[in-house]
Design a protein around this ligand. Structure first.
Ligand code: PMP
Length: 369
């Protein structure tokens, strides 16, 4: 293949690990054997070397600039995924008090379940303010019905329920620090970081490969960890050690930095946010215009990153998946909790790929409806 031929990349709608921009993979490939003319790959150098530290500093400063992160927030590049933060949050912040949690789907419920384990051990109390379970997580209970605590240490929610395709666009208006799981919507649209106490996100959707989780935490929330908190999960300790208490996920961190470069080249979060909106509008319009496809989520909460949909006749699910794969459209199977299909349309999924998907859906409907 000549250097100028774009490599074939299969439209990939995986929920995560998800597609990574082609340019990022090409750059990583070009640097794989000989990084900066050193005859070694990034994976083979000490995380304490000044060359590697330069990578981490650049990644952090790019992320700060892309998200406009204020100076009074620490940015941590940790391991254990978003799931380990479900435990780290109560261990760092509950501190014998109460915490409020909003239940909107599988991921916020996992965070609740984990926090409750620590509450049971005597670390504090966990209060679920409301749950969308009655609607099968297709809607969010109205905020005036939430059973908020008077004295919560924090309020936790998931901004984008990856499985249910439900997104909360406006940060809840509460008087305590907001702790938000943004694993599947970070960097997809501009947000005001200063509205949050802490934002966390696993990397394997909009940031890069798995193995890395990003924690953005306001400094006044540090120095409160329980004595039980494992050192590696202690945000204060990790902030002091610049996320290098032990050997970090060096290659994932490097790739995250390349994704941040790519995002900057696309015009940043505002520009990608407009394309994301276009992609989501196109897909939801196709679904809504048809009696063959259905998305059950209340319109104001429809995720712009994960679009689940069902077929009117679920005996066609298997055929849809077989034919879509044959047509070169990958990973459209919905999560078993919801059934049907799901198209995850993260930053690196192009509008063209979504157009191909929509064409396929319309042809399939004509053939089988
Ligand atoms: N939160 C959300 C919203 C997710 O989508 C996921 C993973 N799909 C997680 C948390 C868990 O992430 P991890 O596998 O990195 O622990």
């Amino acid at each position: 293949m000549s250097e100028h031929t774009a490599p074939h990349r299969t439209p990939n709608f995986s929920a995560g690990p998800a597609t990574i921009p082609t340019e990022v993979l090409q750059r990583a490939q070009s640097e794989m054997l000989d990084w900066q003319g050193r005859g070694v790959s990034v994976m083979e150098v000490s995380h304490r070397s000044k060359e590697y530290i330069a990578i981490t500093e650049k990644a952090e400063s790019k992320l700060r600039s892309l998200m406009d992160i204020p100076d009074n927030y620490k940015v941590l590049f940790l391991q254990g995924g978003a799931s380990l933060q479900f435990s780290a949050i109560p261990l760092n912040l509950l501190n014998n008090g109460r915490a409020d949690y909003l239940s909107t789907g599988t991921w916020s419920d996992k965070a609740i379940k984990e926090a409750k384990r620590y509450a049971k051990l005597g670390l504090g109390e966990v209060n679920v303010v409301a749950s969308g379970k009655q609607s099968n997580f297709t809607d969010v209970p109205a905020s005036d019905e939430w059973n908020l605590s008077d004295d919560a240490k924090y309020f936790h929610y998931c901004a984008n329920e990856t499985i249910h395709g439900l997104q909360i666009f406006e940060p809840p208006k509460v008087d305590v620090p907001l702790i938000v799981d943004m694993s599947s919507n970070i960097l997809s649209q501009p947000i005001d970081v200063s509205k949050f106490g802490m934002i966390y996100a696993g990397a394997q959707k909009n940031i890069g490969p798995a193995g890395l989780v990003i924690v953005i935490i306001r400094e006044d929330l540090l120095n409160q960890a329980s004595d039980w908190c494992p050192l590696l999960m202690n945000y204060t300790h990790q902030a002091e050690k610049e996320s290098m208490s032990n050997t970090p996920a060096t290659y994932s961190w490097y790739l995250a930095g390349l994704v941040f470069d790519w995002l900057e080249e696309q015009g940043g979060v505002e520009a990608i946010g407009k394309i994301n909106q276009q992609k989501a509008d196109l897909l939801y319009q196709t679904i809504d215009d048809s009696d063959f496809y259905n998305n059950p989520v209340a319109k104001q909460y429809r995720s712009i990153m994960n679009v689940p949909f069902t077929l009117a006749d679920d005996s066609l699910d298997k055929v849809f998946l077989e034919e879509s794969e044959k047509a070169g459209l990958l990973h459209l199977k919905g999560h078993r909790d919801v059934g049907g299909m799901r198209a995850s349309i993260y930053n690196a999924v192009s509008l063209e790929w979504v157009e191909q998907l929509v064409d396929f859906m319309q042809d399939f409907e004509k053939k089988y409806a």
